[in-house]
Design a protein around this ligand. Structure first.
Ligand code: SF4
Length: 414
């Protein structure tokens, strides 16, 4: 007996796969992650990475299906406004199970099932009907397993917590995102350059690092979530005589109301001060961002501009526009190694606004070199989100664990 398991996400899969293994000990179990419904792609990657992690943990072979989002969108066209458990979901189940059935045939499976059956928010009978309909006449049997019963759902949540799995807060598609997510969704739909603090890109990077450290190097890992005050630019522009000056915005700069026209007053060090709205320009080597060492409460609208523009800026009036947002947000700390290690150093997981930061490849290389010291408990590394915004994660870790952390420059790892 060979069972192909369509996998929708790691939390739904973790207990389901464990039970399946116990109930069908003689069977070969193969996983197939197929979720073209998930939006945006960063969310898809995150769910796939976590699925990869639990499959490696359980020793289950995993295949990734196509991310054919456009085709999925065409399939549910006309059903965008349906509620969860409505007609759109029925089509979505059929769509995913039909492709899974094709794949089951390709790998020579005799049975098909899906981890969607584990999801507390899904209608069990709807899924059973969909699976049976799709498999009818194919020679492949659909296994409608109800592992939610008898405390299965609670066990699923317990295992998810134990393994520190990413837990999504909406089903997956763009329509569910708008209807099910508590709070504003606009930031879920934006793709950032680099890995901005609190973004899905940052989270995927941390989860990808964990997957590598645990599964490839056999190192122990632990995560902590922390809250911080996030700062984001909605839009900003600096102009002189109608010409846009290349610029970045210093973190925690507040919004400017309308269009601010201001004249330079003086230059102190590398900072040009203006006569209105607290406007400042910091001259930098090239168009470079700088990590914030601490949150200094200055909160003036401040642009970072390459120093070659100094003369133009000092001799002219500027027009500045800026819209920013400051909100509570969450990010993650990953400890690679033991909490009792003699030396704990941190690496920023996020990138600066100009995209500068450690790459996953650079980090892998670095961890390979440090593997022995980490395994022996001499060293441990923290990969910390939102580090470029004044290091709230490191401060949280030190407060929470009583351990001291030293900084480790990104350049040392590349
Ligand atoms: S809410 Fe979930 S099941 Fe329903 S269509 Fe969207 S992704 Fe599919």
């Amino acid at each position: 007996m060979k069972i192909l398991v369509h996998i929708c996400c790691a939390p739904d899969a973790v207990y389901f796969l464990k039970r399946l293994r116990e109930d069908y000990p003689q069977s070969e179990i193969v996983g197939f992650f197929y979720d073209p419904n998930i939006h945006p792609y960063e969310e898809y990657r995150l769910r796939f990475l976590e699925t990869e992690r639990i499959c490696k943990e359980l020793g289950i072979e995993l295949y990734e299906g196509e991310y054919d989002l456009e085709s999925w969108l065409s399939a549910v066209k006309g059903y965008e406004d349906e509620p969860e458990r409505g007609e759109r979901c029925a089509i979505c189940f059929d769509y995913r199970l039909l492709r899974s059935l094709q794949f089951a045939k390709e790998v020579g499976a005799t049975h098909l099932t899906t981890t969607l059956l584990m999801s507390p928010k899904k209608e069990f009978l709807m899924l059973k009907e969909s699976g049976q309909k799709v498999c009818k006449g194919s020679g492949i049997e659909f296994l409608a397993l109800d592992y939610r019963k008898g405390g299965g759902t609670q066990e699923m949540f317990r295992l998810s917590r134990e393994l520190e799995l990413y837990h999504q807060d909406y089903c997956g598609c763009i329509y569910g995102l708008f209807k099910q997510k508590k709070g504003p969704v606009q930031w879920d739909l934006v793709s950032f350059g680099g890995r901005r603090p609190g973004s899905k890109e940052e989270l995927s990077f941390i989860k990808g690092a964990r997957l590598f450290a645990e599964q490839e190097l056999g190192l122990s890992c632990k995560e902590w979530e922390f809250g911080f005050l996030n700062w984001k630019v909605l839009q900003g522009k600096l102009e002189v005589k109608g010409q846009t000056i290349p610029s970045l915005v210093r973190p925690y700069s507040p919004s400017i109301r309308g269009l601010l026209k201001a004249d330079p007053v003086e230059k102190v060090g590398r900072v040009i001060y203006y006569n209105k709205g607290g406007l400042r320009v910091i001259l930098t080597e090239g168009l470079r961002d700088e990590p914030l060492e601490f949150f200094d409460n200055l909160c003036s609208p401040t642009f970072l501009v390459p120093k070659e523009y100094e003369e133009i800026l000092l001799g002219n009036r500027v027009s500045a526009e800026l819209q920013t947002e400051i909100n509570p947000d969450k990010s993650l700390i990953l400890l690679i190694g033991s909490l009792d290690a003699k030396d704990i150093a941190y690496l920023p997981a996020d990138t600066l606004q100009d995209g500068t930061g450690i790459s996953l490849e650079g980090l892998r290389e670095f961890l390979r070199k440090e593997q022995r010291d980490i395994a022996l408990g001499r060293k441990a590394y923290l990969l910390v989100g939102a580090s470029t915004l004044g290091n709230p994660g490191v401060r949280y870790f030190e407060e929470r664990t009583g351990k001291k952390v030293r900084s480790f420059l990104c350049s040392q790892t590349s």
